[in-house]
Design a protein around this ligand. Structure first.
Ligand code: ARG
Length: 277
């Protein structure tokens, strides 16, 4: 019997008061596409309500003017018990988010440990726990060299996965742990070695077709047996339900304009990484 995830019941989120597409740092972002602020707020409220209904607790980060992507709290850093390793963003446009994230974690009882200078890593967007290891993506946003540093700081075993499709520039667009045996996976986003890493780890993968992956359906939030998804292709929904999950689709079209879905809008605060075996 598959055991439910040991994490995913407490999340940090940031209201979209200052959200917008003000620059272009991924292939989905186009400045000429307007974000509707009321619609964004309604979608974000819908996500919060759905996560709470599923049994999750939501903590809030204060939004900051001029930091439109602060809503994507998944990128704030890596959480390990009461340890927080802040992100080092690749793009200058997001680097000013870090002090706000760090201040929140310090004032909420976390110890802050920083990655070495010049090593990029974009937090939980590129780092997801599965069983006793931390899977971490690299290339578009995070550097491969960040993984050793992350392992040193957290004591966790980190497995590297090279991302190869710029449209799926963070690991959380290609990988979604469901329980200790299953995950939604988009292998077209990984190189051959990365595919083998996941194959060796995930007993029952739900393998997405390329077009399914581009619907962002792997960018989902799992709260126990509930899966909160930005989109759910029919075949994917049937498989998840056959496995006994409840699927809830929460439209987040405004956030997709910035290249983010449900998972990107959340950062799990109850992750405890396993020690190096
Ligand atoms: N506009 C943001 C960026 O390009 C979106 C972040 C999406 N986050 C994620 N965890 N995939 O950085």
């Amino acid at each position: 019997m598959a055991e439910p995830l040991t994490w995913g019941r407490r999340y940090l989120m940031c209201p979209p008061e200052h959200f917008g597409v003000l620059y272009e740092i991924n292939p989905w972002m186009h400045r000429e596409v307007q974000v509707d602020p009321d619609e964004a707020r309604a979608e974000w409220d819908g996500l919060v309500a759905t996560l709470r209904d599923a049994g999750a607790e939501i903590d809030l980060l204060e939004p900051v003017e001029g930091l439109p992507d602060l809503v994507f709290t998944a990128n704030a850093g890596v959480v390990n018990g009461t340890q927080f390793v802040p992100a080092r963003f690749r793009h200058p446009e997001r680097q000013a988010e870090v002090p706000h994230d760090v201040a929140w974690f310090r004032s909420h009882g976390f110890t802050v440990d920083e990655l070495p200078d010049g090593v990029h890593h974009e937090g939980a967007g590129d780092a997801l726990p599965f069983r006793d290891v931390l899977l971490s993506g690299y290339r578009f946003r995070s550097d491969a060299s960040s993984h050793v540093a992350l392992s040193r700081l957290t004591g966790a075993a980190v497995r590297s996965i090279e991302l190869v499709d710029a449209r799926m520039y963070h690991l959380d667009l290609t990988f979604c742990p469901l329980d200790d045996e299953r995950a939604i996976v988009a292998p077209t986003g990984w190189d051959a070695y990365g595919r083998r890493v996941v194959e060796a780890l995930v007993r029952e993968p739900l393998v997405l077709e390329p077009d399914e992956a581009l619907s962002f359906c792997a960018n989902s939030v799992v709260v126990g047996r509930t899966i909160v998804m930005p989109a759910c292709p029919r075949r994917v929904g049937r498989q998840l339900e056959a496995w006994g999950f409840d699927v809830v689709v929460v439209p987040v079209a405004e956030f997709l304009k910035a290249g983010g879905g449900c998972r990107c809008l959340t950062l799990a605060l109850d992750v405890k990484l396993g020690p190096l075996a």
